[in-house]
Write a protein that binds this ligand. Structure first.
Ligand code: SAH
Length: 295
């Protein structure tokens, strides 16, 4: 019985015109009062449940808004300077002497990763230019086209395990992390290692594993890798890196001296373990340093 019907019955019993009618009315009134009390009891329970539900909903809303805020943080980063990223992808990834970048995963990744957050603030204006940008300690974040070319040549697929030597700003690692969630990266300069690790975390790329050390020796603990990318020029293909490549795996690495034109090599490990390599293009990279980590 709904509370609205009961209310009407109570007011009808207020003015009895005969005894029978009066008894009936009194009886009705008592019933109504009892029902009202009952209803009040029910109301209290309903109210308590409502208050409890409201608290739960508010708590839920707070959690959802926390998640949304974290999300907004990321999507804000992704939406910031998106037009410049589109221009970068549309204008820099083809043309005279360039291999056209057609791999959709690479294009999508580079459209998403906020490159401007990987360059020092003072060079923010250069973030989407067709050139490398200094990141301190004599190092540079590679030109966008070279990042795209190397990533495309690696042919990374979701779920593949990829090792990068030379974390630098963390940009290349972030581009890879958009394609697979198993990215490992080693940096030899401590402050770069620290700032890149922090930057990757702040961007929500917690799955990227970073390490301080000489990448020449690879990362045995997580070997073998489907793909290896070296972003500093080596004098030769480091044997430990080739060893840590899966059969059928691939390494992209610039090879050559510091003051020479270097060759960007695609080195394959055949299923038989045999090594083959081809030159993708000529490049200029900072040298692969050797020895203990430096400050
Ligand atoms: N991939 C980086 C840029 C690379 S610059 C980015 O996306 O920003 C080359 C980087 O390789 C530098 O940070 C340099 O400190 C690092 N490096 C040089 N020799 C290394 C070595 N032996 N092991 C690990 N990192 C090395």
């Amino acid at each position: 019985m709904s509370s609205r019907i009961l209310t009407r019955q109570v007011s009808a019993g207020n003015a009895p015109r005969s005894l029978t009618v009066g008894v009936c009315a009194r009886q009705g009134r008592r019933d109504a009062i009892r029902s009202l009390r009952l209803l009040r009891g029910v109301n209290t329970v309903v109210r308590t449940v409502c208050v409890f539900l409201c608290i739960l909903m508010l708590h839920g809303a707070a959690l959802v808004s926390d998640a949304a805020a974290a999300d907004r943080g990321q999507s804000k980063a992704v939406s910031e300077r998106a037009a410049e990223r589109r221009e970068m992808v549309e204008n820099q990834f083809h043309g005279l002497g360039r291999t056209t970048i057609t791999d959709k995963a690479v294009l999508d990744s580079m459209l998403r990763v906020p490159r401007h957050l990987f360059v020092p603030t003072k060079f923010g204006a250069l973030a989407y230019q067709d050139s490398p940008v200094p990141i301190g300690y004599g190092q540079t974040i590679s030109q966008p086209y070279i990042v795209a070319l190397m990533t495309q040549a690696l042919e990374v697929k979701p779920g593949m395990k990829v090792l990068e030597i030379g974390t630098g700003s963390g940009y290349q690692a972030a581009v890879l992390a958009e394609i697979t969630d198993r990215v490992f990266t080693i940096e030899i300069i401590r402050p770069l290692y620290q700032s890149a690790s922090e930057r990757l975390k702040n961007l929500g790329l917690n799955e990227v594993k970073t390490r301080l050390g000489d990448g020449y020796y690879g990362w045995k603990e997580y070997a073998p890798f489907d793909k290896i990318i070296v972003t500093a020029a080596a004098l030769h293909v480091p044997p430990p890196l080739f060893e840590q490549l899966k059969p059928g795996g691939k390494m992209v690495i610039p090879v050559g001296g510091q003051f020479e034109t270097q060759r960007l090599l695609v080195v394959k490990k055949e299923d038989s373990g045999r090594r083959t390599s081809e030159t993708l293009t000529l490049v200029r990279f900072v040298p692969l340093l050797r020895g203990d980590p430096r400050d």
